[in-house]
Design a binder for this molecule. Structure first.
Ligand SMILES: Nc1ncnc2c1ncn2[C@@H]1O[C@H](COP(=O)(O)OP(=O)(O)OP(=O)(O)O)[C@@H](O)[C@H]1O
Ligand code: SF4
Ligand SMILES: [Mg+2]
Length: 360
């Protein structure tokens, strides 16, 4: 039997932004926002994307939905070549792929009623008359846990969590198959965050949604994801099943993210080793040679400054791009953290030559 086609498949996607031009308007400097990225999202599942600010998470999501154009690469949605679709056909696919924004305060027009805001995507597609739109809004408000009688109110009186429920209702009103959630809870307080994450999970189950879920917080991503991809400076450096990436992480950058995120259990929090990365994140205009993480990596070796490591996938579907850890399955999770911090100086360790036969 043929394996099912992924809902979204992205191959070798790249996008540069011009950040400086010369006097004749010719491009002189580029930000390498997304560099040769590939991933898949199956129907009804969540791919979480985690990485620090500027690593390219939002750009990747926007490229994957063709909200902005890629320089290179291939995007297939439900078996259709998204980059080859003419504008008319792309427009008709728009209701299948929607987006939830980070800031629920700026996402809603304060002059529009709830009914008008939530119905807007239906109005744009022209797929329902006003009575059908209102009925769809009322049904969707129920699904996101709001009373039908809010339909004629303005969003000004709503709390952050209620506004994000409205934003979610608007994103789902066209019954999409894929939703790009770009930091959907980072503007909310901690208790509201948990409620909105719970709602997103319930809606995924009830409406068979696939999520591309972006956050800089690994704990949040783990809570909602089936698979997690870790981005560093425009590239995926690790990707695999959520539990494996969050607990048996194999990339030193992922280990540093884990060590920086708070543990739920206070005892585990006290015992947690902290990797303090040396220096600032490098400039995406002039990224480091070889492995882009090498100037900050405690395990860096001479080869790391020269050769970009390929993303190598193990039999369990867990892939890592690292010259040191990819060939050594024992360097994973706590053992990797321990290796990174065992020098007593967990910041920058200068790349040292490795003696032949040395087991890292
Ligand atoms: N329109 C643009 N023009 C120029 N540079 C851009 C543009 N959009 C993004 N960038 C740059 O591309 C890189 C990736 O940006 P992106 O917003 O995708 O990162 P991110 O991981 O989503 O960050 P954050 O966590 O802060 O939202 C950054 O260096 C950013 O400054
Ligand atoms: S060991 Fe080398 S390849 Fe691996 S993350 Fe560190 S610098 Fe990159
Ligand atoms: Mg972003």
């Amino acid at each position: 039997m043929k394996p099912p086609v992924p809902l979204l498949s992205v191959r070798n996607l790249s996008r540069n932004f011009v950040v400086r031009r010369d006097m004749l308007g010719r491009p002189r400097e580029f930000v390498h926002a997304v560099d040769d990225v590939s991933f898949e999202v199956d129907a009804g599942t969540t791919l979480g994307i985690v990485g620090e600010s500027g690593s390219g998470k939002s750009t990747l999501g926007r490229l994957a939905l063709r909200l902005i154009e890629a320089d290179d690469g291939r995007i297939s949605f439900a078996g259709r070549d998204l980059r080859a679709l003419p504008p008319g056909e792309l427009r008709s696919l728009r209701s299948d792929m929607t987006m939830i924004f980070q800031d629920p305060y700026s996402a809603l027009d304060p002059r529009w009623t709830v009914g008008r805001s939530v119905a807007e995507p239906l109005r744009v597609t022209g797929s329902a008359n006003p009575a059908e739109q209102r009925a769809a809004v009322v049904e969707m408000l129920g699904l996101v846990g709001l009373d039908a009688d809010v339909v004629d109110r303005l969003p000004g009186a709503f709390s952050g969590g209620q506004r994000q429920r409205l934003v979610i209702a608007r994103a789902l009103i066209t019954r999409p198959r894929l939703v790009f959630c770009d930091e959907p809870v980072s503007a909310l307080d901690v208790s509201t965050r948990a409620q909105v994450l719970g709602l997103l999970r319930d809606l995924q189950r009830d409406l068979a949604l696939a999520y591309l879920f972006v956050s800089h917080d690994l704990g949040i991503v783990e809570a909602v994801s089936d698979r997690i991809a870790v981005m560093y400076l425009g590239s995926i450096v690790e990707v695999g099943p959520a539990g494996a990436v969050a607990h048996q992480y194999r990339h030193p950058y992922t280990a540093s993210l884990v060590s920086a995120s708070p543990a739920a259990d206070p005892v585990a929090q006290r015992a947690r080793r902290r990797v303090l990365l040396a220096g600032e994140p490098p400039s995406p205009v002039d990224p480091p040679s070889g492995c882009a993480f090498h100037p900050r990596c405690p395990l860096a070796q001479p080869i790391c400054a020269v050769e970009k490591p390929a993303l190598k996938t193990g039999h369990d579907g867990h892939a890592v791009a690292c010259h040191v850890t990819a060939g050594n399955p024992r360097l994973a999770g706590e053992a990797l953290l321990s290796r990174m911090t065992s020098s007593g100086q967990p910041t920058l360790v200068s790349p040292q030559p490795v003696a032949e036969g040395t087991c890292l």
